[in-house]
Structures are given as structure tokens and as C-alpha cells.
Write a protein that binds this ligand. Structure first.
Ligand SMILES: [Mg+2]
Length: 370
């Protein structure tokens, strides 16, 4: 079996699908999304297709190594996301050839269904309360929101009290067995993050994601070791090499590699195993499209330290059979490969509009962290 060509599809609002085609008519699908950089990703995948054309698609590890190590420049969001989408598609082909879902090729399932959390939100405490109440009434048992706005490196009591009021509104809206997850989007500096987390610790958030930017691991570890709330990070870290220091410095309780950014199914399975050795849980990041969700579910099914899955798209727009959330869980897909079928007619009819990452600004006009 040989790879004949790789076709790339921008999928609105901000995703990129990859179809790896073979000379035996079996095609594999993956998602090589990088939010706000669809055109870049189309080009990055096309560059990798020069190497992959004519290769055996079943030699996934060899190709991962060749794409990552063979290219001299390695890592980072663009190159790692391109590898991720192709890697998923190669796993999809392998599963289809074997007649087995990908998780079966990775050791088999170690749970029966996948717990998911949904996004919630709003700006005012009453909007947040309504949003969490709705998530609870839909059957979810966990939801995440961002309670912080653009914040100065040190900011005042009104900012800290504002965050407290929002988290309190969420906590009040749902019973104790419903988990409130927080994402700070890396908006705070370490001292401010510690002050804010101290103020909300009594509300027992399930975890705080990206309390500060993840690129300085000692700073992240300082925050994690200074607070009594579990810290999660990972969407902006790529490959096992970025996660090594995070784990060794014990900077997180939860790793959140993104199957579309961190290096695909091959790499996220390895990152999960590294985390397992540090007693750190896995909660794959997934705000993206349905193939991202599909890749996450295959990983979740077979990783013992899996904790909870960010829901992402269920594929109503692009899968022949979208995922179904029942009582806050998704059943583990059993069909071969990634376990989903892309509706190519729907895909062809989509109108692409380039999504641009919105900028955040402080009141004095200076740039704020996202
Ligand atoms: Mg996040």
C-alpha cells in the first residue's frame, strides 16, 4: 500500500482537515488545525506531503520520526500541528486496514465510556449562573469557563473580587457533584495568579488551566506549588520534549496536550504515559472540529490516567453520524480507524471564511496577554 496524495480542506470556522489517499482506495482523515492560521497549515501539510508521497502509510512511527527529526527545524505550533493531522490520518488508515478502532491498536480500551465537559460562560454572574444551570440540565457533570478579563501584571481588589463573584455564581448554580473548571488563558502574571487562585480556592475549582503562560516552566511550577488548587496546562505545548520539563518540575496536576497540536495520536499517547509516571492526569485539549474530537476519544479510551475530555465539536456539520453525549458521557467509537465517517458532500458545500484571532488590549492601549 502506498500514499498517492494528501488533500487539505479548510473547515469553518477555524479548522483544517487532511485526507491521506492510498493506491488501494483506503483514505485516512485527520485534523491539522491551528486556530487563526488555516492558510499556513494548508501549506505546512503540503510541504510534508513531498516526503510522504509513495510511502507505506502503515509505518506510522517511522513517518512521525521522519517528519519531526528529519526536517532539521522541529517542534512549535505550525510544524507540530501539520504532523498531528497527518499522524491521525495514518492511524485512521491503519485501523481501517486492520478492521479495528485505533484504540484497539494502542492496547485496547481501559474504560467503557468517556466523560466530557462542555464550555460554559457569560460575562455577568447571572449569565454565568444561567449557563452552568443549562449545562447541568442537559446532563453534563462538568463545565469550563474563563472568569478573568485582560489583567495587568498586578491588578486591584476589584479584579480579584470580580473573579470571585463569577466563580461563585457558577458554583452556586450547580450541585457539588458538578465540577467547575476554570481557564485563565495565560492572562495573569505569577503573583497575580497566586492572589486570584488563593481568593477562589474555597470554591474548589476542579482545576485552573493556564493560570499563567506555559512557556516559562519554573514560573508555572512556582504558581502550582504556591496554591491549593490543581493546575492544568498543555494546549500550547508541543511534543514530548515540551512536556518533559512541565512534568519534571511538577508544574501541573493535569496535562492537556492537543491531539491537533502536540504531535497527533502517536505523540499524545507517549505524553500520557510520561504523565502517568508522575501521577499526573490527562485531559486532552479540544476546542476544535469533529476529527479532533475523534482523535481525543481514541486516546481517552486507552490511557489509564485519562481524567475528562473537553467536548469540542460533535460533528453535526461534517460527520455522517455525529457523536452523541448521554448523561455527560460519549460512548467509545467502535468503527475501524478513527471511528467516524466524514460527509464529503457537506464538507464540499462549506463556505470558508478565515478566522482571525482577536487581540486583547489594556486600558492604556498596550498589548494584553490572551
Ligand atoms: Mg485553554
Amino acid at each position: 500500500m502506498r500514499i498517492t496524495q494528501i488533500v487539505v480542506f479548510p473547515v469553518p470556522p477555524r479548522s483544517v482537515f487532511v485526507r491521506v489517499e492510498t493506491d488501494e482506495g483506503i483514505n485516512g482523515w485527520g485534523e491539522a488545525s491551528l486556530e487563526g492560521h488555516a492558510a499556513t497549515m494548508v501549506t505546512a501539510v503540503q510541504e510534508l506531503s513531498r516526503y510522504l508521497s509513495g510511502k507505506d502509510p502503515l509505518e506510522i512511527e517511522r513517518h512521525w520520526q521522519a517528519m519531526y527529526r528529519g526536517d532539521f527545524y522541529r517542534g512549535g505550533p505550525v510544524l507540530s500541528s501539520a504532523i498531528s493531522g497527518i499522524d491521525q490520518a495514518l492511524w485512521d488508515i491503519s485501523g481501517k486496514v486492520a478492521g479495528l478502532p485505533v484504540h484497539q491498536l494502542l492496547g485496547g480500551r481501559c474504560r467503557d465510556r468517556i466523560k466530557v465537559y462542555c464550555g460554559a460562560g457569560g460575562n455577568s454572574p447571572s449569565e454565568i449562573k444561567d449557563s452552568f444551570r443549562q449545562a447541568y440540565e442537559k446532563g453534563y457533570r462538568a463545565a469550563k469557563f474563563c472568569p478573568v478579563d485582560a489583567t495587568e501584571m498586578l491588578d486591584g481588589l476589584d479584579v480579584i473580587r470580580g473573579v470571585y463573584r463569577r466563580v461563585h455564581a457558577a458554583r452556586e448554580a450547580v450541585p457539588d457533584d458538578f465540577d467547575v473548571l476554570l481557564d485563565f488563558h495565560g492572562r495573569l502574571a505569577p503573583a497575580m495568579a497566586i492572589s486570584v487562585i488563593d481568593a477562589i480556592a474555597e470554591l474548589r475549582p476542579f482545576f485552573v488551566e493556564e493560570p499563567i503562560l506555559p512557556e516559562n516552566v519554573p514560573a508555572l511550577a512556582h504558581v502550582a506549588h504556591s496554591v491549593k488548587v490543581p493546575i492544568a496546562t498543555g494546549e500550547r505545548r508541543y511534543t514530548k520534549f515540551d512536556f518533559r520539563e512541565i512534568l519534571e518540575k511538577q508544574a501541573v496536576a493535569v496535562v492537556q496536550p492537543d491531539c491537533c497540536h502536540a504531535g497527533g495520536i502517536t505523540e499524545v499517547k507517549k505524553i500520557a504515559a510520561m504523565a502517568e509516571a508522575w501521577y499526573v492526569a490527562l485531559a486532552p485539549h479540544n476546542p476544535l472540529e469533529a476529527l479532533s474530537t475523534a482523535a481525543c476519544l481514541q486516546i481517552d479510551a486507552c490511557c489509564p490516567n485519562f481524567l475528562i475530555q473537553e467536548q469540542g465539536s460533535l460533528g453535526d456539520n461534517v460527520l455522517t453520524e455525529p457523536f452523541v453525549v448521554r448523561d455527560g458521557y460519549i460512548d467509545i467509537p467502535t468503527a475501524p480507524g478513527m471511528g467516524v465517517t466524514v460527509d464529503e458532500e457537506k464538507l464540499a458545500s462549506m463556505k470558508w471564511e478565515d478566522w482571525v484571532t482577536p487581540r486583547l488590549w489594556h486600558e492604556d492601549g498596550s498589548v494584553a496577554d490572551w
